[in-house]
Design a protein around this ligand. Structure first.
Ligand SMILES: Cc1cc2nc3c(=O)[nH]c(=O)nc-3n(C[C@H](O)[C@H](O)[C@H](O)COP(=O)(O)OP(=O)(O)OC[C@H]3O[C@@H](n4cnc5c(N)ncnc54)[C@H](O)[C@@H]3O)c2cc1C
Ligand code: FES
Length: 350
C-alpha cells in the first residue's frame, strides 16, 4: 500500500500529429515540457489568456489549471481544443498543433520612424542590428528598459528575401497601457529595444478555396502583411477583407488596400464596417455581422479559410459566426490582440 502511495507518477508521453514526441513530468504543463524539449510550440502569455497555444486534443485526457473556457469558444471546446499552457496530462496524449516556423533571434533595435495612421494608431518602424526572417502574419516580442514584460506586435509588411532589418507594426494606443502610453507620449524615441522574433503561426495556409480576412483596429497589421505577400506570390484565390471600426476616422491604409485590390489576380473585395457612424457608402453594424453575407458571396464555406486579427471579443464573435455559416474550425486561424487587462476581464466574465 505504501509503495503505491509514494510511487512517483510516471511521466506522460505526448505525441504531436507531426510525429514529434516528448515527455511531460509530474505537474508539468504540455507547453512547459514542449519548450523544455526545444519544440517550437506556439505560445505567448503562458497564463491562459491569449489562446496562442490552442491545440486540438486527439487522444487522452488533461486536467486544466484554469478553465479553457475563459479563452476558448464553445465551438472550440466542443471540437476538443485545449490550451497547452494550462493543460496537465492525466494520460498519454496525441495532440494536433501547428508549430512556429523560422529561426527565433534576439536583436537590438531602435525606433526610426513613426507614421500616424489614425487618431489612435501609428505605424512604428524599428531598425535592428541583425536580420529577422519571418513569415507574413507572424509577430515579434519587443522589450525595453523598464518594461513590465515584453509586448507582442504583428509585422505589417510582407517579408523580404533574406530577412529584414527594418521591422514595422501598426500599434494602437491602449489608454493606461505601459508601452503604448509611453510610445504615444514620444518618450521612447531613443530607447534601446530588444526584439525577439519570429513568433506565431498566423500565416496563409496552402489551399485553393476562398479566403475571408477579418480585422479590427490594429488587427489590420498582420492582414496587410499576409495580403501584400499573397499579391507578390500571385495567390489567385477569391478573397474578402472585412474591417471593423467605430467611425470613418478609424479607417486607414485605404490606398494600400486599393493597390492590393488592383493587383489581386481574382476577386478581391474590401468591406469596411462602421459600428457607430452611419454613412451612405459604408456598411453599418458589427464587422462580425457581415460574415454570413461575405461567405455567401464567396460561395463555398466548406473550403473557405478564415483569418482573424484584433480584439478578443471580435475574434470570439467572428469564430462563432464562421462556424455557424459552415466554415470548419480547422480552417479558422487567428491572433487575439490581448493585453494586461485581458486575464482580469476573462475571469470577471465567467
Ligand atoms: C500575438 C499578439 C500580437 C499582437 N499584435 C499587436 C499589433 O500588431 N498591434 C497592436 O496594437 N497590438 C498588438 N497586440 C497587443 C499588444 O501586445 C499589447 O498588449 C498592447 O499594445 C497593449 O500594451 P500596453 O503595454 O500599452 O498596455 P498594457 O500595459 O498591457 O495595459 C493594457 C490595459 O490593461 C490595463 N491593465 C494593466 N494591468 C492590468 C491588470 N493587472 N488588471 C487589469 N487591467 C490592467 C491598463 O491600464 C491598460 O488599460 C498583440 C498581442 C498579441 C498577443
Ligand atoms: S500561451 Fe497559452 S493561452 Fe497564451
Amino acid at each position: 500500500m505504501f509503495k503505491k502511495l509514494f510511487a512517483k507518477k510516471a511521466a506522460r508521453k505526448v505525441t504531436l500529429q507531426s510525429g514529434i514526441t516528448f515527455e511531460v513530468g509530474r505537474n508539468e504543463t504540455v507547453l512547459e515540457a514542449a519548450l523544455k524539449a526545444g519544440i517550437a510550440y506556439p505560445h505567448d502569455c503562458t497564463v491562459g489568456t491569449c489562446g496562442s497555444c490552442r491545440s486540438r486534443l486527439l487522444q487522452g485526457k488533461v486536467d486544466a489549471i484554469t478553465p479553457f473556457g475563459y479563452t476558448l469558444s464553445r465551438e472550440e471546446l466542443q471540437a476538443g481544443y485545449i490550451l497547452a499552457c494550462q493543460a496537465v496530462p492525466e494520460s498519454d496524449l496525441v495532440v494536433d498543433v501547428p508549430l512556429e516556423a523560422g529561426e527565433v533571434r534576439k536583436v537590438a533595435a531602435r525606433i526610426v520612424e513613426q507614421r500616424v495612421l489614425t487618431h489612435d494608431i501609428r505605424c512604428v518602424t524599428w531598425e535592428t542590428d541583425g536580420v529577422i526572417e519571418y513569415r507574413a502574419g507572424q509577430y515579434m516580442n519587443i522589450d525595453w528598459p523598464g518594461a513590465p514584460a515584453p509586448r507582442s506586435y504583428s509585422f505589417s509588411s510582407a517579408p523580404a528575401e533574406g530577412g529584414r532589418t527594418r521591422l514595422s507594426a501598426f500599434i494602437r494606443r491602449v489608454p493606461g497601457g505601459a508601452f503604448t502610453d509611453a510610445l504615444f507620449a514620444d518618450t521612447l524615441d531613443d530607447a534601446a529595444f530588444t526584439i525577439e522574433a519570429p513568433h506565431g503561426t498566423f500565416w496563409l495556409r496552402e489551399g485553393t478555396g476562398p479566403i475571408i480576412l477579418i480585422g479590427g483596429g490594429s488587427g489590420l497589421s498582420p492582414l496587410m502583411s499576409v495580403l501584400e505577400d499573397a499579391v507578390q506570390k500571385r495567390v489567385g484565390r477569391n478573397a474578402i477583407l472585412l474591417f471593423g471600426g467605430r467611425t470613418e476616422r478609424d479607417l486607414y491604409c485605404m490606398d494600400e488596400i486599393a493597390a492590393i485590390r488592383a493587383q489581386w489576380p481574382t476577386q478581391f473585395d474590401f468591406r469596411p464596417v462602421l459600428s457607430e457612424e452611419q454613412t451612405s457608402h459604408h456598411r453599418f453594424g458589427l464587422v462580425t455581422a457581415e460574415v454570413t453575407t461575405a461567405l455567401t458571396d464567396l460561395g463555398d464555406p466548406a473550403s473557405t479559410q478564415a483569418y482573424l486579427c484584433g480584439p478578443p471579443g471580435m475574434i470570439d464573435a467572428g469564430v462563432a459566426a464562421l462556424v455557424a455559416a459552415g466554415v470548419s474550425l480547422a480552417n479558422i486561424f487567428y491572433d487575439k490582440f490581448t493585453d494586461a487587462s485581458t486575464g482580469a476581464k476573462q475571469a470577471g466574465e465567467n
